[in-house]
Design a protein around this ligand. Structure first.
Ligand SMILES: [Zn+2]
Length: 473
């Protein structure tokens, strides 16, 4: 039985309760009296954080609490200068949602907003404090213990990440912007015989163990896999908090688990009770981007393979480009150019499309060239690679035509050379030749394609056809 608490840093410009910047900076540069917990300072809520949390709430189909408040969670630790964290306890901003993973709905218990504590950097035998992170806005997404395996937990996190990416609420590529606590208890089934000798299977719930600070989907699967195995091999599982070590791939005991009551929650007296207007809610709901699940459904109608669609859905920008290109060009050709050639090149350089603003008009131009048989698939891929390379080199990105010239692909082959290639293709594809001679005219296109492939340059299709006909008739 697995439940997750996923902490996501919201991409606001400023912190949750003060005007300090959330941008990267030298340690302890983005701080003020509020986020350092000076006496007498008062928090002021950042409305942008509320809007982003509401986007998440709508995307995960949660019920929104139009009236909500904040509470103080009291604990003493140097990463929290005030000695309490402002969070939501009694009334979160939203509750009771769901996220479908495979063929099961995983229930979301609640989504609440809270401030992130400071970062502790351990160096030699010192602990260094960086309060830049103190007070940055987080949402915590808490599931019911509905997940049944480490694998399913991983799929859940992947799906959640994808949705968060598509609604632009968090910069998930940045390290540490998603942190997960995972709860796991193993269920044992024991066979018992009653006095009549009848067999009964009893379900026995183990103690709940919490694994802290796991960094992503793959780590969640590994940490839970390790913990499930550990619990299976010991007699009495203690209720406790354990820490996941990414290097050793093991968990170790951190503390015996405290109950929520130990935190001594009280209402935050410095913040008023908040009331969301219908106007704000409607605005956010109507502006919510189309979610990946819905997009996939729509793209399937274009007759694209699931593999192609899933690749497009790895980045919202890829799907935006796809939709632009579909306005003027064939869906399949657009998807292949983006999902196969462009994405492959970006992956190779460890880049995202949003980092490389390739001009969509140039991509359309490549499709034109392909459609007119002026270039082969390989050349199309080569052009895409060159365009991305121009960008990486900090150069002005060249047009497809310019790249063809630079690569010396513009000169048509001498007739004699072309005729030679045609003869080779004819000898290599006897079956297609026979089909053509038997009246299967489509086989001609097949042969032309192979000649194009061999020439690796923009040969004249008309000429190829002519030469092929001459060769075959
Ligand atoms: Zn501040």
């Amino acid at each position: 039985m697995i439940g997750l608490e996923v902490h996501v840093q919201l991409n606001t410009e400023t912190k949750l309760f003060c005007p300090c910047s959330t941008k990267q900076a030298e340690p302890n540069e983005n701080v003020c009296g509020v986020c350092l917990g000076f006496p007498g300072t008062k928090p002021v809520l950042n409305e942008k954080a509320i809007e982003l949390a509401l986007k998440i709430a709508y995307a995960l189909e949660l019920e929104i609490n139009k009236e909500f408040m904040f509470s103080r969670k009291t604990y003493f630790y140097p990463d929290l200068a005030k000695n309490f964290q402002i969070t939501q306890y009694e009334i979160p901003i939203a509750q009771n949602g769901k996220l479908r993973v495979g063929d099961r709905d995983i229930r979301i218990r609640r989504v609440h907003i809270e401030e992130d504590p400071a970062r502790i950097v351990r160096k030699d035998d010192c602990a260094l404090m960086d309060y830049n992170r103190s007070g940055t806005p987080l949402v915590e997404i808490v599931t019911e213990p509905d997940l049944k395996s480490p694998r399913e937990a991983r799929l859940f996190v992947q799906k959640l990440q994808q949705i968060l990416q598509f609604i632009y609420v968090s910069d998930l590529e940045k390290e540490g912007n998603m942190r997960i606590d995972a709860n796991i208890s193993t269920i044992r089934y024991e066979d018992k015989y009653d006095y009549k000798g009848g067999l009964k299977t009893e379900k026995k719930y183990g103690q709940r163990v919490e694994i802290k600070n796991v960094s992503g989907a793959k780590e969640v699967e590994k940490a839970l896999g390790y913990e499930a195995l550990r619990q299976k091999n010991i007699q009495n599982v203690k209720m406790e908090t354990r820490l996941w070590n990414e290097k050793t791939k093991t968990t170790s005991s951190a503390r015996e688990k405290e109950g929520e009551a130990d935190y001594g929650y009280i209402f935050e007296p410095d913040l008023p009770k908040f009331e969301l207007s219908d106007e704000l809610l409607n605005k956010i709901k109507s502006k919510l981007p189309e979610l990946p699940g819905k997009k996939k459904h729509r793209f399937l109608k274009y007759g694209l393979s699931e593999e192609l669609i899933d690749t497009l859905l790895t980045e919202p920008e890829l799907t935006h480009y796809f939709e632009y290109m579909c306005e003027t060009h064939n869906e399949k050709a657009s998807a292949v150019l983006l999902a196969k050639y462009l994405k492959k090149t970006l992956n190779y350089h460890n880049l995202k499309l949003k980092d490389v603003p390739v001009d969509v008009r140039q991509l359309r131009r490549i499709l034109d060239l392909l459609q007119q048989y002026l270039i082969s698939d390989e050349i199309a891929e080569l052009i895409v690679r060159e365009m991305v390379k121009d960008y990486i080199d900090g150069k002005r990105v060249r047009t497809p035509e310019k790249i063809l010239i630079d690569l010396d692909y513009e000169k048509p082959l001498e007739d004699e050379q072309l005729a030679k290639i045609v003869r080779i293709v004819v000898s290599e594809h006897k079956r297609a030749v026979k089909d053509y001679l038997d009246g299967e005219l489509k086989s001609m296109d097949y042969l032309i394609g192979h000649v194009m492939k061999k020439t690796r340059r923009g040969a004249d299709v008309k000429k190829i056809r002519e030469l092929l006909k001459r060769e075959l008739d």
